[in-house]
Design a protein around this ligand. Sequence first.
Ligand code: SAM
Length: 242
Amino acid sequence: MQASFEFSPIGVIHSCFKQKFGIPRQPGLVTEAQASLELLPPYDCAEALTELTGFSHLWIIFVFHQSLRDGWRPTVRPPRLGGNRRIGVFASRSPFRPNPIGLSVVRLQGIVEQDGKRLLKLGGIDLLDGTPVLDIKPYLPYGDAIADARAGYAQAAPRALLPVIFSPGAEAQIQAAEADYPGLRCLIEQVLAADPRPAYQAGKPQRRQFGLRLWDYDVQWEMVDGGVRVTGLVLLSLDETP
Ligand code: SAM
């Protein structure tokens, strides 16, 4: 058997998620999460995309590039189990695997050409900005959707637990920002409702301030009465971008 293989990216993700904090744990949970997949030469030719727009959803096969140095262990502690139950790495979707390859099914919203680049517009993503993409495959409902599949500890989608409210100041800032980032309010609401706090803080009612980067904004929020209150947006300058 061949002992190792070498693959190079066919594209790179430009995502609303600029840091791991706040990224949903699977695609489709935050429907407003958007990204562009920039195809790299020579894979950006029109021929390679012929008939692709006939598909509403795609599988994206990618590298967990920000986990490359972390290595892997035979067991992991999935956040959805509260971070305190160990399961086998192959029974998980953890980024920390022998070959750090991920796969996500995402919505294909269109294909555009911009500044000489060919971009696939994607929705419902769970991908970090800068993620290298190894392959794209169309989602085939007749084979990929299995209505009676069992899913162990992850049978049901995690529930959106937290109510999210916005301060009047945050509402005004978001309304202005939506001129450039349509759907920003809904994106913020969906991300925060899923409770992005690390597992060990869930259930602890203390009031704390948080910041979370979405697009070019630091979204500032606090825990109040078991819910989330968005207090403001700070536009980050270019030298704060990762
Ligand atoms: N849907 C994919 C899968 O099943 O292979 C990813 C699932 S994984 C549990 C999702 C998490 O991976 C996100 O919440 C984010 O923290 C992390 N992530 C996303 N893109 C990444 C990247 N390029 N490098 C490292 N971690 C990443």
